[in-house]
Design a protein around this ligand. Structure first.
Ligand code: SF4
Length: 299
């Protein structure tokens, strides 16, 4: 079902939502950064966190992105199978990205692979990246938007292992990723770990993992315990914000998992930076909407 007025209203709302989500960090991320600032005892770390907060405040006051790299736009959608306006969602999101590139503005980051040409409006082949999950019996539309910056994408990796490699392969994958290239991602990081049966499902799970709200944990007690131990261990590396030596290199480690094959398993590690621009908006079937995670925000 399509309706030009509903499509236009949705596009305008999403353009404004993109502006909010790249300007203001969600409340849970902001609170975590505050907490980490208090837990640091070195002067340079406090200066760095204060610079982060000054930057975030200026972004709010000026209505400008909180990082110059506004990344490539990603959308993770949970769509109720009975949501009546599904047909327009993909094209409207693309148009919202196009408009937001000019109005926010967003940095023009989309480059065509084989022509090495910047498309100029942050759209292109399969970009914006849209991941769909259909919710049987549902009537609503839930959209997580995420700005995937270059530096925070750089450390990501995915690899398959033999079962005999054991849990040590998970731990080594996480530590190697953060220790090798984590500083490129502007720590403190949210580390997403995907545990699957091959590299592509592990990679997708690692992304969904870091999109989870901070403070949530894996549903299995052993998964939750591994998250806690990995976060504690990574923070003992002494890397700190921006790699300038401190008590915390991560805001959290989140694991998402699927069943694995008897003969193989896969681990993917994905990092999100301190400017963790993950926004959530929910639409009802009458197209009324609500923001989650931005107290007091208006579009
Ligand atoms: S890693 Fe994040 S904060 Fe650092 S430059 Fe990239 S997008 Fe910005």
């Amino acid at each position: 079902m399509t309706d030009p007025q509903i499509t236009e209203n949705f596009t305008v709302t999403m353009e404004k939502f993109l502006a909010l989500a790249c300007t203001r960090l969600p409340d849970d991320v902001y609170a975590k950064l505050k907490e980490l600032r208090e837990s640091e005892d070195s002067g340079i770390q406090k200066v760095l966190y204060d610079a982060y907060f000054e930057n975030l405040q200026q972004a709010l006051e000026l209505g400008r992105p909180c990082c110059q790299d506004t990344g490539l736009p990603h959308f993770y959608i949970k769509a109720g199978a009975s949501f009546p306006w599904l047909d327009m969602v993909g094209p409207a999101l693309e148009e919202a990205v196009r408009r937001a590139t000019g109005s926010v503005p967003l940095r023009q980051n989309a480059v065509n692979y084989f022509e090495e040409r910047n498309t100029g409006d942050n759209t292109g082949e399969r970009i914006p990246w849209i991941n769909w999950d259909i919710v049987p019996g549902g009537e609503d539309l839930e959209i997580i938007t995420y700005f995937a910056g270059g530096g925070c994408c750089l450390p990501g990796r995915s690899r398959a292992f033999k079962p005999s490699d054991g849990y040590a392969a998970i731990v080594q994958s996480v530590f190697d990723t953060v220790a090798d290239l984590g500083v490129n991602a502007c720590p403190p990081l949210v580390v997403g770990v995907g545990l699957g049966h091959n590299i592509e499902n592990a990679a997708m799970l690692s992304k969904k993992a870091y999109l989870r709200p901070l403070g949530t944990c894996h549903p299995h007690p052993r998964g939750a315990e591994l998250e806690r131990q990995l976060a504690a261990g990574l923070n003992k590396l002494g890397i700190g914000a921006q790699g300038m030596r401190g008590n915390s290199v991560v805001m959290g480690v989140h694991i998402e998992s699927s069943a694995r094959h008897t003969a193989t398993f896969a681990v993917a590690v994905n990092t999100a930076c301190y400017a963790h621009r993950r926004g959530l908006i929910k639409f009802k079937k009458d197209m009324s909407w609500e923001l989650t995670g931005y107290r007091g925000a208006v579009l």
